[in-house]
Design a protein around this ligand. Structure first.
Ligand SMILES: [Zn+2]
Ligand SMILES: [Zn+2]
Length: 325
């Protein structure tokens, strides 16, 4: 499924089979998670994607062939491909353990063709082994919803005992389980009236679930905003205890309205999370089976990728949407 121009539907296309270059693996894709970032690419919120583009950056596949010098994976082994597809390894960020901020990074399903396809190629250094015990369908959302959620949770601080999750989609449904497993109290905040989402959150270990307007019953040590809604930043700041942090987890957000300094005062902070490092991936994929994280997925055939994107845009997906190839 190919994006030819932004703000247009994806089209089915027959492409030539990609060849694995040096250090790359050729992958037979089994499933690919649908991420809100894919929507931002299709809808034109993110500028200048490679076009035409095969979207998708939560790829679960088996290795079909390996390119020259590639030796991390055996043919037939399962591999997962995340958003971070390549870095230069030499800029100031790469040299200081912050490859997520690499000045020349290339991202899967944005500058590199992704997994809304039968075949894909990827640089083996950025692929992850898929933890045993996760079927292809359930593994896909771990690769971005899980990884980015995990990085967001890490940036809340180890001592943040009360965590608010604003927007209860694919990422929150995973990270709620991780945070509860770590002994934190989770407060899930959904759109007013979304009682199904609130029930879902409680079933996954949230201590409390309610709507963003009413706010949580206790002050939060940290809040993660998964919804791409800038209005939620001052809302979450008002719910924070002194010293607390608001973490904005998405790659795109609507404008943040002006707010009075007093809601930032008291050493509260607002920060974003950008991309992932391979270390985040290794840590999270080791942790997930120990929790154990269970993913709730809505399954779509590859040819219905546009319907999956529409459902995600309209908030009709419980858990994570996954394409099955
Ligand atoms: Zn770099
Ligand atoms: Zn993503």
């Amino acid at each position: 499924m190919v994006l030819e121009r932004q703000r247009e539907a994806l089209r089915p296309a027959e492409l030539e089979s990609p060849e694995p270059g040096p250090g790359q693996v050729l992958l037979r894709v089994h499933t690919c998670g649908v991420c809100r970032t894919d929507l931002h690419v299709v809808d034109g919120d993110l500028a200048e994607p490679k076009l035409p583009l095969v979207p998708g950056h939560q790829i679960v596949a088996t290795v079909d062939a390996v390119g020259e010098g590639a030796e991390r994976f055996e043919v037939g082994e399962r591999a997962g491909v995340p958003w971070l597809g390549w870095t230069d390894g030499e800029c100031r960020y790469c040299r200081s353990g912050r490859e997520n901020l690499c000045e020349h990074a290339l991202f899967t399903g944005y500058q590199l063709d992704g997994g809304y396809a039968e075949l894909a190629v990827a640089d083996e250094r950025y692929c992850f082994p898929i933890p045993e015990g996760y079927p292809d369908l359930q593994a896909a959302p771990l690769l971005c919803a899980g990884l980015i959620g995990y990085r967001s949770l890490r940036l809340c601080g180890d001592d943040a005992a009360r965590i608010g999750l604003y927007g209860f989609g694919a990422s929150a449904h995973i990270i709620c389980q991780v945070a509860a497993h770590q002994g934190r109290e989770v407060f899930a905040l959904t759109r007013p009236g979304d009682s199904e989402g609130q029930r879902f959150a409680v079933s996954l270990g949230a201590t409390w679930a309610g709507d963003t307007e009413a706010g949580p019953p206790e002050p939060l040590d940290a809040a993660i905003i998964f919804a791409p809604v800038g209005e939620l930043v001052p809302v979450a700041l008002r719910a924070l205890a002194p010293g607390g942090t608001v973490v904005c987890a998405g790659i795109h957000m609507s404008d943040i309205p002006a707010f009075p300094y007093e809601i930032l005062w008291g050493e509260r902070s607002v920060r974003s999370v950008a991309n992932l490092t391979r270390r985040d991936g290794e840590e999270f994929l080791t942790l997930a089976p120990r929790v154990p994280v269970q993913t709730t997925v809505a399954e779509y055939p590859l040819a219905e990728a546009n319907r999956a994107l529409d459902d995600l845009r309209a908030g009709r997906v419980e858990g994570a949407a996954v394409l099955v190839i």
